[in-house]
Design a binder for this molecule. Structure first.
Ligand code: AMP
Length: 225
């Protein structure tokens, strides 16, 4: 099963992606997480990507596209993948579609989590990342997924791991820029979504309202797959 998942930052895309990935037991490829690993590891790629990420800009295509296309060629992707965070613009979408078609690889599903921009923005600033798993849902503003307190520290509600906030989630300009890119229907991520909607063929496109609770959104995605 090969799946693309789209959704603005703050839509729960990472959380839902992790659940879908587990159900189908595919590789979970998150472009943002690959960048963050490289930044943490001090690699050349990480050094190049950091300034763009801190500003909320896209990392240039000549870095991002080969990074993802190479990742898709790794062994763990042979039995399927869920791609999260890529493509993020129209050029990436067109390049991915061509690479898949050239390699005779079918794209089974495109999942779009739909959420208005103002709601997505409120959700972003309160989310917290678990050191053990980025996709453990923790949000200081939502009771259902509020982090828990342990020894005076606020820790992950799933595993008790240490929590941190992403720097680019706390910078309003960076959040706005990421949303400018996401909601841009001309060249941005919505242009990539619309490209796949228009592509037709065997790929099934599913649009899911990201407004309800995590559990309900999961149920709606599972029912549609
Ligand atoms: P995310 O974790 O998906 O929010 O990604 C964090 C940041 O990584 C983004 O704001 C971009 O700077 C960068 N990034 C992630 N995916 C891509 C992509 N497909 N193209 C360019 N930059 C990306």
């Amino acid at each position: 099963m090969n799946i693309l998942i789209f959704g603005p930052n703050g839509s729960g895309k990472g959380t839902q992606g992790a659940i879908v990935q587990e159900k189908y037991n595919t590789a979970h490829i998150e472009s943002g997480a690959i960048f963050r690993q490289n930044i943490g590891g001090g690699t050349e790629l990480g050094k190049k990507a950091k300034e763009y990420i801190d500003r909320g800009d896209l990392v240039p295509d000549d870095i991002t596209i080969p990074m993802i296309l190479d990742r898709l060629k790794e062994d763990d992707c042979k039995d399927g993948w869920l791609l999260d965070g890529f493509p993020r613009n129209k050029v990436q979408a067109e390049t991915l579609a061509k690479a898949l078609s050239d390699a005779n690889i079918k794209l089974d599903y495109v999942i779009e989590i739909v959420l208005p921009r103002d709601v997505a923005k409120i959700r972003i600033t309160g989310r917290r990342l678990c050191e053990n798993d980025n996709n453990h849902p923790n949000h200081i503003a939502f009771d259902a997924i509020k982090p828990v307190e342990k020894d005076g520290e606020i820790v992950c509600r799933v595993c008790g791991g240490a929590l941190s906030a992403r720097a680019d989630d706390q910078d309003e300009d960076a959040v706005d820029k990421r949303h400018d890119i996401y909601y841009d229907e001309n060249t941005g991520t919505m242009a990539a979504v619309n490209f796949f909607k228009a592509l037709g063929g065997d790929t099934k496109v599913i649009a899911i309202d990201g407004g309800p609770s995590i559990g309900e959104v999961t149920e709606n995605i599972m029912a549609a797959l």
